[in-house]
Ligand binder design. Structure first.
Ligand SMILES: Nc1ncnc2c1ncn2[C@@H]1O[C@H](COP(=O)(O)OP(=O)(O)OP(=O)(O)O)[C@@H](O)[C@H]1O
Length: 316
């Protein structure tokens, strides 16, 4: 398939006058307000930002996990990353799930039935273990079947609350799991965390060309809003038979597409995680795949990638 057959500047929606991308996104091109939006004159100072910046002073590293397309394994990767960080009991880790319309993190971490509690110092995260806390809209829904049907301002309000009102305590790493694509949620997180500082973004894709196309847009987004890209992970890369250990390429002819895209866009290729049905099973049961299957090729791939992310982020 010719990767150039879908134009990379396919139309997007107006990012809104308050967003970091105002006047700068592809959708702004030709808009009568482009210059005034790009100048920043339309942005009012947001009173939440100083509160968020102050709350974030106890959080050392903030990492966004992004994907262009849905269902590529972003939340699963976020969970493995958190579990791997928290394997060291001295490392305090948090996950903020801003995938407001599809919060899967509580299920993947086995805490879906928990609820958030408020105290005088703010909302307490739900703890998977002593050093791994999670905040997600999933804890606030009456049941996992309930749909969240919120428009942008309400979603932004919740993200602002997650950032300013959650009592994370001292954290070494805060992982922000985002919805697929580049939407209100992404722009809001970037806008609110800009002063506190984002250490970087990890991009997740599958080898399929349709997913890679969307990652190109994600890379473009990060560059436009000034987020450092830690690197790209190719998930569901090939299937390793648990019995004979033979690897089959499921997404032929796109094999190696992630690596090629990373090279082409000048970002680091962090590695490839094979497709392993036991990953889905572990997520459904809310247990750590890394702990359940320590000898699997997928665990080794996750750990190598995570080690590299740690190296990059800790150096920054
Ligand atoms: N390497 C893998 N091998 C097999 N299954 C996987 C792998 N990675 C993720 N999965 C499974 O793929 C499905 C989608 O994963 P996940 O929910 O993490 O994707 P996502 O990108 O976060 O999706 P969404 O965009 O909907 O939030 C899940 O059922 C998950 O268990």
């Amino acid at each position: 398939m010719d990767p150039k057959s879908i134009p990379s500047n396919a139309p997007e929606h107006c990012p809104g006058t308050e967003s970091e991308a105002a006047g700068k996104s592809d959708a702004c091109s030709g808009c009568a307000n482009q210059d005034v939006c790009a100048s920043g004159a339309t942005k009012l100072p947001d009173p939440s930002i100083p509160l968020i910046t102050s709350r974030m002073t106890t959080v050392k590293r903030k990492i966004l996990v992004l994907s262009g397309k849905g269902g590529v394994g972003k939340s699963t990767f976020t969970a493995q990353l958190a579990w791997a960080f928290a394997a060291d009991e001295d490392v305090q880790t948090g996950i903020m799930d801003v995938d407001i319309c599809g919060p899967s993190i509580p299920t993947i971490l086995g805490i879906a039935s928990e609820q958030v509690h408020a105290s005088s110092s703010g909302w307490s995260p739900v703890y998977v273990q002593d050093n791994l806390g999670v905040m997600s809209v999933g804890f606030m829904l009456p049941s996992s079947r309930d749909a969240v049907m919120w428009r942008g301002p309400k979603k932004n309000g919740l993200i602002s609350q997650f950032l300013k009102d959650v009592d994370w305590g001292d954290l070494d790493y805060l992982l922000v799991d985002t919805p697929p694509g580049t939407s209100d949620e992404h722009l809001t997180v970037v806008q609110y965390l800009k002063e506190a500082g984002i250490d970087g973004a990890v991009l997740i894709t599958t080898p399929q060309e349709v997913a890679l196309q969307d990652v190109r847009r994600e890379i473009d987004f990060c560059r436009k809003v000034g987020i450092n890209i830690i690197g790209l992970v190719e998930n569901m890369s090939g299937f390793v038979c648990p019995n004979c250990k033979t690897e089959s390429q499921i997404f032929k002819p796109s094999t190696g597409g992630g690596k090629r895209l990373a090279k082409e866009t000048n970002i680091e290729f962090l590695g490839a995680v094979p497709l392993d049905p036991r990953i889905g099973k572990s997520a459904d049961y809310g247990v750590s795949f890394l702990d359940e299957y320590p000898d699997s090729p997928a665990t080794q791939a996750y750990l190598d990638i995570i080690e590299r992310i740690k190296e990059i982020v800790d150096k920054s």
